[in-house]
Ligand binder design. Structure first.
Ligand code: PGA
Length: 255
């Protein structure tokens, strides 16, 4: 059976001391509950500056570390950017790609997101590709067409699903405290699933599709019990180790 996946997206938060205190509290809680990790893959996505320390600490718990972004080329004159070989050099195994904050504030296009996904799959870093409609698009009834456009740009540029993961994150639900209705989210996940199966055949069923947008310990269960929601991408509620641990506990119970 497919494991659930929980990703903590810390965005531009936390310093070294915060990473260490998160680790201490989380590892203490996990000590007597390590069986939770046999049902759920846990991935921490800290800022670039904490990646190395995160890999070193969380590796001991069998918890992965993800970048929040990566450049679409391997090397070159791109001041301030971070490449895939640099992430691999640190032992990072995953990266978020095309998070709505990158699309919105850093003008990342569908084409760029597709190029980043392609290069990740070619170089064995698992891409967690984010898609989702904004409020205006939702209000105009364009949710499915926007998600399909974003997804197809990516699927058209790759030919194997390998370690691909997709995160459906309605932009209007991110950081607002207003999550999607789990049944409505499931409809979008099913649309994504059908596209993945159309493209990759039965391998499309193995691609994990995560929901993100105001996930909390109070609502995570109602998302995880939908048939095509394989996990969650969690921002604000992942900053607190106890809250994030509760979500891991609920994911295990939901199995
Ligand atoms: P949120 O963020 O959980 O704070 O809504 C989710 C995300 O942006 O990945």
């Amino acid at each position: 059976m497919k494991k659930k996946v929980l990703v903590a997206n810390w965005k531009m938060n936390k310093l070294t001391k915060d990473l260490h205190s998160f680790f201490e509290i989380f590892s203490e809680k996990l000590k007597s509950r390590s069986q939770f990790l046999s049902h759920t893959d846990v991935i921490i996505a800290p800022s670039y500056t904490l990646l190395m320390a995160s890999v070193q600490l969380f590796r001991s718990l069998d918890i992965g570390t993800s970048a929040q972004n990566v450049h679409h080329l391997l090397t070159g004159a791109f001041t301030g950017e971070i490449s895939l070989p640099m992430l691999k050099d640190l032992g990072v195994s995953y990266t978020l790609i095309g998070h709505s904050e990158r699309r919105q504030y850093f003008n990342e296009t569908d084409e760029l997101v597709a190029a980043k996904t392609k290069i990740c799959l070619e170089h064995a870093i698992a891409p967690i590709v984010c898609v989702g409609e904004n409020k205006g698009e939702r209000d105009r009834g364009e949710t499915k067409s926007v998600v399909l456009r974003q997804l197809k740009a990516v699927l058209n540029s790759i030919d194997k699903s390998n370690s691909l993961m997709i995160a459906y994150e309605p932009v209007w639900a991110i950081g607002t405290g207003v999550s999607a209705n789990p049944k409505e989210a499931q409809e979008v996940h099913l649309l994504i699933r059908n596209c993945l199966v159309e493209k990759f055949g039965s391998a499309g069923r193995n691609v994990s599709i995560l929901y993100g947008g105001s996930v909390t310990k109070e609502n995570i269960g109602s998302f995880l019990n939908q048939s095509d929601i394989d996990g969650a991408l969690i921002g604000g509620a992942s900053l607190d180790p106890l809250s994030f641990f509760s979500m891991l506990e609920l994911a295990a119970l939901n199995d």
